[in-house]
Design a protein around this ligand. Structure first.
Ligand code: KIV
Length: 267
């Protein structure tokens, strides 16, 4: 990438109707490869608990883990916008939120991501007033997997869909600048995207959000035991010979809205 991607560029992509591309990365080598393929955003997700540490959920991931991996990604990055996940319970109180968000920004993140709804509004306001951009995350929020009863699609009934619409609006009004929607019916994700001024990024949320994100190991087909509906293996695409080409194929497929297709989306 010739010029570093900024938050304003992401808003401009939404305005122009051009999908935003995002992948997770956790180290310098992959951060370099991903950013060199023109993927605009790298998410240092707490999914690292599963794909790097071999855990069964993101719950045990710590602030030290996140600071370490964000700093590795920042060193390899060539101009992508970096989002750092705030790990489990690191933002349960406002004091912890401010202190821990600052640590992630100092490690090299350009924005922090928090999972949850209306209860986060006061904290998001505090962060955005202090110049720390926030990405909110609704739908399947993996840090609450035990409360949700497992990794399942969210917002399928009228009441939970209404609640998600309302909370999306409240998070934006509190100062969130981006919203990840995970495992949400495509029509609901579309409705939220139309409602909001800020860009939405989907994972298992259909192809009418303003952008897409996947966990890098998933889209490289590295775990044959993990095949959720919303993942596509880009290493298996014709003409893809190596990892860099798989990243480019993902970018092209998202930009042309060929990915995700109906078969990767939920009703
Ligand atoms: O941790 C992560 O990688 C995420 C994405 C799946 C959105 O939150």
């Amino acid at each position: 990438m010739t010029k570093a991607v900024t938050l304003l560029d992401l808003f401009e992509l939404k305005k122009q109707g051009e999908p935003i591309t995002m992948l997770t990365a956790y180290d310098a080598t992959f951060a370099k490869l991903i950013s060199e393929q023109g993927i605009e955003v790298i998410l240092v997700g707490d999914s690292l608990g599963m794909v790097m540490q071999g855990l069964t959920s993101t719950v045990p991931v710590t602030m030290e883990d996140m600071v370490y991996h964000i700093s590795c990604v920042a060193r390899g990055n060539r101009g992508a916008f970096i989002i750092g996940d705030m790990p489990y319970m690191s933002y349960a109180s406002e004091t912890d939120l401010l202190h821990n968000a600052a640590r992630l920004m100092q490690a090299g993140a350009n924005m922090v991501k928090v999972e949850g709804g209306a209860w986060l509004c006061d904290g998001i306001k505090q962060l955005s007033e202090r110049g720390i951009p926030v990405c909110a995350h609704l739908g399947l929020t993996p840090q609450s997997v035990d409360a949700l009863g497992g990794f399942r699609v969210q917002g399928r009934d009228k009441a939970s869909a209404e609640k998600m619409l309302q909370e999306a609006q409240q998070l934006q009004d509190a100062g969130a600048s981006l919203l990840v929607l995970e495992c949400v019916p495509a029509d609901l994700a579309d409705e939220i995207t139309q409602l909001l001024r800020i860009p939405t990024i989907g994972i298992g949320a259909g192809n009418r959000t303003n952008g897409q994100v996947l966990v890098m190991q998933d889209m490289l087909g590295l775990n044959s035991e993990f095949n959720p509906k919303f993942v596509k293996n880009f290493m298996a695409e014709p003409n893809v010979q190596n990892v860099a080409e798989a990243f480019k194929a993902y970018r092209d497929a998202v930009k042309s809205r060929q990915f995700p297709a109906a078969e990767h989306s939920f009703k």
